[in-house]
Design a protein around this ligand. Structure first.
Ligand SMILES: [Zn+2]
Length: 184
């Protein structure tokens, strides 16, 4: 097993924790000079927070542990291709290298939807794709297959009527009735 694969195994373990919590399985670890400084998994549903992606949480923890926002000498391992928010966080934290597993055709910003790291921002991390992808793919597919089964037995979520008429803003609780359905 290569060193990249070893660190990716830790990210996969984080992704499995997310799946066990009913979250889309994404896990991330930040490694500095051979040492894991932070590990996190997607907590968007549990944290009721659109920003609680695995990469952002891991970067936040790494900044806290390192005592600063510059992660020049840190590498990020993540099971899925980073989204625009996380790719932005990677640029802003100056992560040296990004290693990811599977591509994300709907939100991936390392080449799938766009490639933010090829644009002339002030920082450009090195990228390695496809590490342990054959192991991560079934983890993600199983999660969505189970979710689809579950959703069949649940009443389908509809946009609240008042949101459609625009008469007033939807109540936060009713607007959150369908976790993850939009992610299918
Ligand atoms: Zn993200």
């Amino acid at each position: 097993m290569t060193q990249d694969e070893q660190y990716m195994q830790l990210a996969i373990a984080e992704a499995a924790k997310a799946a066990a919590e009913g979250e889309i399985p994404v896990g991330a670890v930040v490694v500095r000079r051979g040492e894991v400084v932070a590990a996190a998994h997607n907590r968007r549903e549990g944290g009721k927070n659109a920003l609680a992606h695995a990469e952002c949480l891991a970067i936040q923890e790494a900044c806290r542990i390192r005592g600063g926002w510059r992660l020049w000498d840190c590498d990020l391992y993540v099971t899925m291709e980073p989204c625009p928010m996380c790719a932005g966080a990677i640029i802003n934290s100056r992560i040296r290298r990004v290693v990811y597993g599977v591509s994300d055709a709907k939100a991936g910003c390392c080449g799938s939807v766009t490639d933010l790291f090829s644009l002339p921002f002030n920082h450009r991390p090195e990228v390695t794709a496809g590490v342990c992808a054959e192991e991560i793919t079934p983890l993600v597919q199983d999660f969505f297959a189970k979710l689809r089964e579950e959703l069949k037995t649940r009443p389908r979520w509809r946009k609240p009527a008042d949101a459609e008429t625009g008469s007033r803003a939807p109540k936060p609780e009713t607007n959150q009735a369908a976790p993850q359905e939009e992610a299918l």
